[in-house]
Design a protein around this ligand. Structure first.
Ligand code: DC
Length: 233
């Protein structure tokens, strides 16, 4: 069974996906973290992100390993633990560019489908319900007002990276997330878009627990409806 959660930046995707997975005993996968790990590894190797041949060459021996323990998740690239670095502002500034490359997506989409084999999972990202798992059992698309999302992201970054956030304003954060969302929505390869059969949930004014509750409610009423429709056939 696969549940997908897509949506723009700071709609609470990771928090919600994690909580939902915990609640129903599924494994949760954060696919943004995979694109971030690759971006970090490329930057660490000082690979020019405009040099597609060099990125392709790196991908030939790119080995991404996710170590999952209860409450703990670490991302290793070619043996190096990248987890503590992938959310830093410099990686964030470059990840949209790397994740827009079709050959990068091909590689990571393949890996995501492999990870889904034989497990009940919640996959969170941008193209989970549209491209990676178009036949997923249940799809959610999270939304939120840009000002609310910018404040969330600003507070989170301030807490995690106080040094790098010195002088950065909330307004800058808002224009940054708007620019990144627009880039993700307008790119040619797998743009961020709501799948036709995804359920939309606005997270602006409700807590993560309430969002999860709402998702479970939608899932249950959908199950009841499908059962009812099947019994009429
Ligand atoms: O969710 P996030 O902010 O950690 O995602 C980081 C970047 O990766 C973001 O710019 C969009 C991109 N991404 C993507 O293109 N496809 C995914 N499935 C997940 C993330």
């Amino acid at each position: 069974m696969i549940i997908t959660i897509d949506g723009p930046i700071a709609t609470g995707k990771s928090t919600i996906a994690k909580k939902l997975a915990n609640e129903i005993g599924y494994i949760y996968f954060d696919t943004g973290a995979m694109y971030r790990s690759l971006t970090y590894a490329l930057m660490k190797q000082k690979i020019d992100l405009d040099n597609q041949d060099a990125i392709k060459e790196f991908l030939n021996h790119f080995d991404l390993n996710i170590k999952i323990k209860p409450g703990l998740r670490r991302y290793f690239v070619n043996g190096e633990d990248t987890t503590d670095f992938i959310r830093a502002p410099d990686v964030t500034a470059n990840v949209s560019k790397v994740s827009a490359l079709p050959f990068v997506r091909e590689k990571l989409v393949h890996l995501q489908r492999e990870l889904a084999k034989g497990v009940n999972s919640v996959f969170e990202g941008r193209d989970m319900g549209t491209i990676v798992f178009p036949d997923a059992d249940f799809k959610i698309f999270l939304t939120g007002r840009p000002e609310v999302r910018a404040k969330r992201r600003y507070d989170e970054l301030l807490q995690k990276f106080p040094e790098q956030m010195k002088g950065v304003t909330l307004e800058q954060c808002l224009s940054d997330i708007n620019a990144r969302d627009e880039y993700d929505m307008k790119r040619e390869a797998s743009p961020l878009i709501k799948a036709d059969d995804a359920y939309e949930v606005d997270t602006s004014d409700i807590s993560p627990d309430e969002v999860v509750f709402k998702i479970l409610e939608i899932r249950d009423s959908r199950k009841t409806r499908l059962r009812h429709e099947n019994s009429k056939k």
